[in-house]
Design a protein around this ligand. Structure first.
Ligand code: GDP
Length: 692
């Protein structure tokens, strides 16, 4: 891919002039177009790339261009009025939730983009909750004001109702749909059109509305500051500076969410959002400090977020780059990072070399010598660092909170076509797994097949695509397989297994008694040792545990992993000569399977949250189809020109759903799905599966 010329030079920017932000949104609401425009107006790109032409700066992987979705969080640095804005591009498709999580972890603020016609869509809701979890202050941009059916007020209302946020209207649209011209900037009652500098009179027909909106806005801001509130109540004039300062405080404290509107595609009213990023979203200084655990003392420690402090950074993304090799994206929380130095990876207890530090644009980069607290950079050199690892100074180690990733729900077998591909396969898969912590690879030793697992059909499809296009491999893949699990429905007590073998001289003796009981969904496997009086010597207990754990990898019904079960070791016995680790391991393993058989074994399956948006005319067929897939309709909602059907459907019934919904709705339906929870498979379905 052609390298773009570097158009800005790294400058030393004071911390209070740095903004680390992410643009987050439901797929198709215009996140990419908006990010693109940010880069355009800040002078990073000279040409406006249009997503529909497959030509944008941030989406640079070929698959993304084809699909028009963003997969990789590219970190991009740009400048707006002397402020450095680092944009972390977050993915818009739910199969990549983990990417969103990992970017949210290192952001200081978010711009949430909505489609003015669609309003608050389900993924906005999911991402909003994630942003709540990481306490990310936000501003909202209601995009696509030019679209037929655009409804600013309704969307603001939904932000309040569905997201439980406290929106404050900063802009009032002038016209809408094809008549949308721009908006009035309310504070100073100027208007801003396309050119950012043009100011028009506020059109007479909305003057009243603007005046009302402004006084509502002033009131909402004043509520967050006693002296302003007094002034407001006494009818005194409040300056724009006072309003801005208070609004900034309230946004950073995430009590209020400023809302803007515009249309990225038509280049209207995007710059005010850039101003808002600078004016209202936090700088790294607003965060003040970060807490972590000292791995030596196990005690909590804090780091002030400045460059005088010792170095602390979080690796939040690994990317394998064809030119420079492995790139580790790092958010620096404290201290200074210098190229040519070493950093300590606390999670892996390893010194890592920092050979180069790069400031990243989507597909070009600028080499710098030093990077400071508050910055987001990519480092070349580290070999073993993974997503979520903390990097620090070896004398002052600290582990920041780790990023948690969801378990994969779907897998497929992959086979190389030629001998050459066979040799490349494990390397290629390892590379992909390194970049993507939600992607897992393992070899099934019984069938000798290589199995890849991930978060959804699309997720795996894209990875297979990358192997073909980026790595030039020829592979064939099997049908996607759902990640079923086995569990139990009732307790079983005092299940006893004696493993005794007399073979010539030295025999084997392992004996244990266990209880099992069901745990709640998602709790996994727990092993509890309740042996008293040494009926099994303590040195053998880990072997029993190992046997139990290994046995849970393969269930008793169809060989799926056993989960959500507590295993308690209650009794046993040993033999002075014949007892061994291996004998107790085998006994533990056999006991687990025996106990599970007695405890009402059953199968659980991943259930997806499925949301289908279609013209009303197709509602009947779509609901009928969902019901025929063992789906449960949770509700339907009417939108301006469509209906949204919300449901829970077993993943096993949803293979190829994209094609199905297209043919059912003459190509007019769209859907969105994400893993929701696990549920027991109905008895008749299990019976059918057992027969196969
Ligand atoms: P993302 O999936 O959120 O990154 O959204 P994109 O930026 O890829 O945009 C999705 C689609 O919406 C593309 O076809 C864009 O051209 C279109 N789009 C983006 N912004 C606007 C807008 O302001 N108005 C209209 N009408 N379409 C837009």
């Amino acid at each position: 891919m052609a390298q773009q010329p570097v158009v800005t030079k790294n400058r030393d920017v004071p911390l209070d002039k740095i903004r680390n932000i992410g643009v987050i949104a439901h797929i198709d609401s215009g996140k990419t177009t908006t990010s693109e425009r940010f880069l355009f107006y800040t002078g990073k790109t000279y040409k406006i790339g249009d997503i529909d032409d497959g030509d944008t700066q941030l989406d640079w992987m070929p698959q993304e261009r084809e699909r028009g979705i963003t997969i990789v969080s590219a970190a991009t640095t740009t400048f707006w009025n002397d402020y450095r804005i680092n944009i972390i591009d977050t993915p818009g498709h739910v199969d990549f939730t983990a990417e969103v999580e990992r970017s949210l972890r290192v952001l200081d603020g978010g711009v949430v983009v909505f489609d003015a016609e669609e309003g608050v869509q389900s993924q906005s809701e999911t991402v909003w909750r994630q942003a709540d979890k990481y306490k990310v202050p936000r501003i909202c941009f209601i995009n696509k004001m030019d679209k037929l059916g655009a409804d600013f007020e309704a969307t603001v209302e939904e932000i309040k109702e569905r997201l439980g946020a406290n929106p404050i209207i900063m802009t009032v649209p002038i016209g809408k749909e094809s008549e949308f011209k721009g908006k009035a900037k309310i504070w100073d009652q100027d208007t801003q059109g396309v050119k950012y500098t043009t100011t028009d009179e506020i059109p007479a027909d909305i003057k009243d509305k603007v005046t009302k909106a402004r006084s509502k806005m002033v009131e909402q801001i004043a509520e967050h500051d006693d002296s302003l509130l007094n002034k407001y109540l006494n009818g005194e004039e409040i300056t724009v500076e006072e309003l801005k300062a208070t609004l900034r405080k309230a946004t950073v404290a995430y009590k209020i969410v400023p809302v803007y509107c515009g249309t990225s595609l038509r280049n209207k009213a995007v710059q005010p959002v850039l101003d808002a990023i600078v004016d209202f979203l936090p700088s790294p200084l607003d965060l003040k400090e970060i807490t972590g655990i000292n791995p030596l003392t196990k005690l909590e420690e804090k780091r002030a977020l400045n460059q005088q402090e010792t170095f602390t950074g979080l690796s939040f993304k690994i990317q394998l780059d064809p030119h420079v090799g492995k790139l580790t994206y790092v958010r620096i929380y404290s201290g200074v990072l210098e190229s040519g130095s070493y950093v300590y990876n606390v999670n892996r207890n390893k010194q890592e070399r920092v050979s180069r530090i790069l400031l990243m644009h989507a597909n070009n980069r600028e080499e710098i010598d030093k990077a400071y607290a508050g910055e987001i950079i990519a480092v070349v050199g580290p070999k073993d660092s993974k997503t979520g690892d903390t990097l620090s100074d070896q004398d002052h180690p600290i582990i920041l909170e780790q990023i948690t990733f969801p378990e994969p729900v779907i897998s497929l077998a992959i086979e190389p076509t030629t001998k050459a591909d066979q040799e490349k396969l494990s390397y290629a898969l390892q590379r992909l797994a390194e970049e993507d912590p939600t992607f897992r690879v393992k070899v099934n030793h019984e069938t000798n097949q290589t199995i890849m697992s991930g978060m959804g059909e699309l997720h795996l499809e894209i990875l297979v695509d990358r192997m073909k296009t980026e790595m030039g491999m020829n592979v064939t893949v099997g049908k996607p397989q759902v990640a079923y699990k086995e569990t139990i429905t009732k307790p079983a007590v005092d299940v006893e297994v004696k493993y005794i073998k007399q073979t010539g001289g030295h025999g084997q003796y392992g004996h244990c008694v266990i209880n099992v009981e069901p745990l709640a969904r998602g709790e996994g496997v727990k092993f509890v040792n309740k042996i008293k009086g040494g009926s099994i010597p303590s040195e053998f207990i880990p072997s029993v545990e190992k046997g139990v754990m290994e046995a849970t990898e393969k269930g008793v019904l169809l060989g799926y992993p056993i989960t959500d079960i507590q295993v308690t070791l209650v009794d046993g016995s040993y033999h002075d000569v014949d007892s061994s680790d291996i004998a107790f391991k085998i006994a533990g393993s056999m006991a687990l399977h025996e106990a599970v058989k007695q405890a009402g074994p059953t199968l659980v399956e991943p259930i997806m949250k499925l949301e289908v948006t279609i013209p009303e005319a197709f509602m009947g067929v779509a609901i009928g189809d969902i019901s025929s897939k063992r789906g449960k309709i949770l509700g339907t909602e009417k939108r301006s020109r469509a209906v949204v059907i919300k449901s829970h459907v077993p993943l096993s019934e949803l293979s190829g759903y994209a094609t199905i919904i297209r043919s059912l709705t003459e190509g007019r339906g769209v859907f969105y799905m994400e893993p929701s929870h696990y549920e027991e498979v109905p008895k008749n379905v299990i019976a059918l599966m057992l027969k196969k």
